[in-house]
Design a protein. Structure first.
Length: 222
């Protein structure tokens, strides 16, 4: 647990985007997202310009398109929700591929889908070109409260530990004939997740006590 930690989203590289300071990239991401959210859904040309700018940054970063595409699956639940909106929304109806859908719902679905896609791709680009430590240093330079930065740092550091423990618990369940994917075994899965939460909480208390014994006063050494 004391070794260096990266994250699975980072793509090692030496591009201009990789070398840019973390706080600059965070500010750029927030500004870009505010611009995307504020763009009216009817301004198709504006979304085209925003997409072109974002794809230009991706090209400068030299992160392979396939690397980002595989991680875009996180957007699938939002995409499914957007596709369902035209069928459940009210208002004037129109025909689309032989189906009756709401015109208002179509516009809303388009807005959700395009804004969500741009946001996810921009966030993945930031994660792929910025080491976690650099991102935390950038947030510190932007005057984010030190306690929040520390919590985020410990979350990044111990996430792999918790995920590894969860994997071992799932293996143990399967070795005893339980399949977490089956609804009748979900109570056992729920108890396992509860035990994992308790273990993580207790680990956090032990880490905090260890930090206090080493002179922790609310601030970590730089």
């Amino acid at each position: 647990m004391g070794a260096g930690h990266g994250h699975l989203l980072h793509y090692h590289g030496h591009s201009v985007v990789h070398r840019a300071p973390g706080h600059v990239k965070v500010v750029a991401l927030v500004a870009f997202m505010l611009l995307v959210v504020a763009t009216p859904r009817e301004w198709l040309w504006a979304f085209g310009v925003e997409a072109a700018v974002l794809l230009g940054v991706v090209a400068l970063s030299r992160v392979p398109a396939g690397y980002l595409a595989k991680r875009m699956v996180v957007e699938v639940p939002f995409a499914v929700f957007a596709l369902l909106v035209p069928f459940v929304a009210t208002g004037p109806r129109t025909e689309l591929l032989g189906l009756s859908v709401s015109e208002t719902g179509l516009v809303a679905a388009w807005g959700l889908l395009v804004k969500g896609t741009l946001g996810v791709l921009a966030s993945l680009t930031l994660a792929a070109t910025t080491e976690p430590e650099e991102l935390l240093r950038g947030l510190t330079r932007l005057r984010m409260p030190d306690l929040i930065v520390q919590i985020m740092g410990f979350m990044i550091r111990y996430l792999s530990v918790v995920v590894g423990e969860l994997g071992r618990m799932m293996t143990s369940m399967r070795s005893r004939g339980a399949d977490p994917r089956w609804p009748r075994h979900w109570p056992m899965l729920a108890r396992s997740l509860g035990a994992l939460f308790i273990r993580s909480y207790e680990r956090g208390e032990r880490v905090h006590l260890a930090m206090l014994s080493r002179g922790y006063d609310g601030r970590l050494p730089r």
